[in-house]
Design a protein around this ligand. Structure first.
Ligand code: UD1
Length: 372
């Protein structure tokens, strides 16, 4: 059945890929996007399908949101400010856009009594803080985020909070208690919880997808706070070595935007997913060093990464997804390998003028004393 679907933040990296997939399935797609300066420079991106109905406006503007909701059958709420480091010094802006923006959307939904069949909200792995670990003596433990003193001493690994022994990282399930370590993470948790509370109260099916490290074509290079894969690839294209923080052995879960899109389509249709939080990742850990190596290989550059020993305050050591819940409730199965996905990212970046703005971000973080 053809439906009208609203994507807030639909001109962005993930939203625009989802818009393409929904259009392909015959839905009509409306995107509400403020075309934020930091990402879009106030202009609709070239990649946005002409078949998308684009409303240029802000999710915090009740009038605009009300008109965006007209005749809508389902909503993907992706509008958000997304720089973790930046959120630590633009505190008011992040809480305003992410937390209050979500509150505005829900208020407008309630006020207009728009009868939607589903609300999917983009949550984030950042709400976990450190991932799950086990200690050979103490079993499953949840270590706190590393202190500034520990990072300054170059002690990158986390230790057992009970016996101070070494820890083994494990895949992180949704049941791991949230421990937010950044303003961004706090605002993402707010988005997730606000939507779930709304859904329970007004009997609207809500699905909160906790995305891990998403990468792929259209990742915003103009945004100096974009993810590490795009930063590394941009540096390699400029014949510069990727600057690896810590020792490069930190592990993450890099998931292709195409797998993220598949999960979002499944979430729209699956009743089993209603009122649930679900991890969406590749389920496979990969070190940051390895990310740099695969990207260099994909781009045909014989450039080794520079292991800087520098760090960012609040960074976690390891976190990767346990995706068994997504498998069970959504029938989700990641299909893009790291090799395929990074090659695709590299190929796309080669066609772009890959301006490298990561040093700008690094300078700003240093100015606020939150990196070294
Ligand atoms: C964070 C958020 C995540 C968000 C993502 C993109 C947390 C725990 N997670 O992930 O929710 O989706 O940002 O906004 O807050 N690194 C380098 N060199 C660089 C840049 C980064 O070595 O030039 C390292 C970092 O130290 C980190 C890893 O790469 O260990 C990944 O960094 P990044 O891509 O920024 O994402 P996360 O911090 O994992």
């Amino acid at each position: 059945m053809t439906e009208r679907i609203l994507i807030t933040g639909g001109a962005g990296f993930v939203g625009s890929h989802l818009a393409d997939a929904l259009l392909q399935r015959g839905h009509s797609v409306r995107c509400l996007d403020n075309l934020t300066e930091q990402v879009h420079g106030g202009m609709p991106p070239e990649y946005l399908s002409p078949d998308v109905e684009l409303i240029h406006g802000d999710v915090r503007d009740p009038e605009v949101v009300r008109s965006a909701l007209r005749g809508v059958d389902a909503i993907y709420h992706f509008a958000a400010a997304v720089g973790v480091g930046q959120s630590m010094y633009q505190i008011e802006r992040y809480m305003d856009i992410n937390t209050l923006g979500t509150a505005q959307l829900l208020q407008a939904l309630l006020d207009t009594k728009t009868p939607i069949k589903k609300l999917v909200v983009a949550s984030s792995m950042s709400i976990y803080g450190e991932g799950a670990y086990t200690c050979s003596h103490c079993g499953a433990v949840a270590p706190p985020v590393r202190t500034m003193a520990q990072l300054q001493a170059g002690q990158w690994d986390v230790f057992c909070p009970k016996c101070m022994g070494p820890l083994q990282p494990q895949s992180t399930p949704e049941t791991k208690p949230s421990e937010v370590t950044s303003v961004y993470a706090l605002s993402k948790r707010d988005q997730e919880e606000l939507c779930l509370i709304y859904g329970r109260t007004y009997d609207i099916p809500v699905v909160a997808l906790r995305f891990f490290n998403i990468y792929g074509p259209r990742q915003a290079l103009s945004n100096p706070y974009t993810g590490v894969a795009a930063i590394f690839a941009a540096r390699l294209l400029n014949n510069q070595a990727p600057l690896v923080f810590e020792d490069g052995q930190q592990q993450r879960d890099f998931v292709s935007v195409h797998d993220i899109v598949r999960a979002n389509l499944l979430a729209l249709e699956s009743d089993d997913a209603n009122n649930q939080v679900i991890n969406i990742g590749s389920g496979k850990p990969i070190t940051i060093r390895r990310v740099a190596a695969i990207l260099a290989q994909s781009l045909g550059k014989d450039i080794a990464p520079e292991i800087t020993g520098r760090f960012r305050a609040g960074d976690i050591r390891h976190c990767y997804a346990d995706i068994s819940k997504a498998r069970e409730l959504l029938g989700y199965e990641p299909q893009v390998s790291h090799e395929q996905g990074f090659a695709e990212l590299a190929e796309w970046l080669e066609s772009q003028s890959a301006e490298d703005r990561s040093e700008e971000a690094a300078r700003e973080l240093q100015a606020f004393g939150i990196s070294a």
